[in-house]
Design a protein around this ligand. Structure first.
Ligand code: PMP
Ligand code: GLN
Length: 388
């Protein structure tokens, strides 16, 4: 048979996360690659999911999501950010942020439209844009004084008459940058000047460090009306396997995204929605504790990686650390991460796969620190064998 996969998806093989997690299992390595915690979310919230199943929440929920969750999201946006979203018509529950991103791009972009994203970018952006037949235009984030940021002139130059939307991910995976109000204002002004939609991926909204503030794009003047704000329970509550996310946006944008979403999955699973509603209403203290724990894990991993010879770039958010591998004598992160299980019994993610301009990221490797302290310590001990 000739290649059955449609042409526009041929550049997308197996995701790097699947490849590297399989490599970790196969080689018995410590997995600091794919970002998932090795401890559970708040126990009362887990209990709520069990109760939901036993209590009969086992049939299709309404397409936009169970009312409890839409109400809880609305309350949370209001109390946390001062943003008002009507649970009836301005909030849509999705199967994780992944579906929210795909449905948004499919709903809002015509074939041939351009979507700007900051590289290195989360891998599903490119795939979603390709599925829509649209074109990704990458604006590179580069380290300036140890923090990845963009050049406003480069961003401006990336906008063309075909640009439809900018995908903004802050806190940013995989660099750990939390965009400042100033950076967001630059993006916001451009969106208004060129009539662009902002699709904002805010899945790490609660995971910021050293007092860095997460500013939702929709809170900036003139932006609520043109922003599709995307969140997910996975990172905030350490339940990445629950795949429960949501979008908040004005009615015409929600309606557009829902039109597509209803034919991707129709609706998201019922029990998790009820449990996440409980989490948003009762477990924000737990989330604050997670944030503090992650900050100390970040410091622990950074210290260990520095001692092992990596140059470490300090993240202000997410649960990932970027390292420059050149001080250890390596230049190609993809090559190194494929060998790392044999060299050190550790798995990490080569950052270059998240670039259109791969050569700009070939010397970066990402490590996850959402792991038990003893796991981080053991990984670091092993990585010390890399030093010449
Ligand atoms: N966006 C970013 C930046 C991510 O890191 C992830 C991975 N969790 C997602 C989206 C996907 O989130 P979900 O698991 O809720 O689909
Ligand atoms: N968001 C996770 C990460 O960046 C991975 C999610 C996935 O496996 N697709 O590591």
């Amino acid at each position: 048979m000739s290649e059955p996969l449609v042409h526009r998806m041929r550049a997308f093989g197996t995701t790097i996360f699947a490849e590297m997690s399989a490599l970790a299992v196969q080689t018995g390595s410590i997995n600091l690659g794919q970002g998932f915690p090795d401890t559970d979310g708040p126990s009362a919230m887990l209990e709520r999911a069990v109760e939901a199943i036993k209590g009969g929440a086992n049939q299709y929920p309404p397409g936009p999501g169970v009312p409890e969750l839409r109400e809880a999201v609305s309350e949370h946006r209001a109390s946390h950010y001062g943003l008002q979203y009507d649970p009836a018509g301005e909030i849509l529950v999705t199967v994780g942020a992944t579906e929210a991103i795909a449905a948004s791009v499919l709903a809002l972009c015509e074939p041939g439209d351009e979507v700007i994203a900051f590289e290195p970018y989360y891998d599903s952006y490119a795939a979603s844009i390709a599925m829509a037949g649209a074109r990704l235009v990458a604006v590179t984030l580069r380290p300036v004084d140890g923090r990845f940021t963009f050049d406003p002139a480069e961003l401006r130059a990336a906008v063309s008459p075909r640009t439809k939307a900018i995908l903004v991910n802050s806190p940013h995976n995989p660099t750990g940058t939390v965009f400042t109000r100033g950076e967001l204002t630059t993006i916001a002004e451009l969106c208004q000047e060129r009539d662009l939609i902002a699709i904002t991926d805010e899945v790490y909204e609660h995971l910021t460090f050293d007092g860095a503030e997460h500013v939702p794009m929709a809170t900036l003047p003139g932006m609520r009306e043109r922003t599709v704000m995307i969140s997910s329970a996975g990172k905030s509550f350490s339940v990445t396997g629950w795949k429960t996310g949501w979008i908040c946006a004005p009615p015409p944008l929600v309606k557009a995204v829902q039109t597509v979403k209803q034919f991707l999955t129709f609706t998201a699973s019922a029990p998790w929605q009820l449990a996440v509603a409980y989490g948003l209403r009762n477990e924000l203290q737990w989330v604050a504790g997670l944030r503090a724990e992650l900050e100390s894990k970040r410091d622990r991993l950074m210290e260990g990686l520095s001692a092992a010879g990596f140059e470490v770039l300090k993240p202000s958010g997410t649960y990932f650390v970027q390292t420059d591998i050149r001080p250890l004598g390596f230049t190609d992160g993809l090559d190194l991460t494929r060998k790392l299980p044999a060299l050190a019994g550790v798995v990490a993610i080569p950052t270059q796969v998240f670039y259109d301009h791969q050569e700009r990221g070939s010397h970066f490797v990402r490590f996850a620190f959402c792991k038990k302290d003893e796991v981080i310590d053991e990984a670091v001990t092993r990585l010390k064998h890399l030093s010449p």
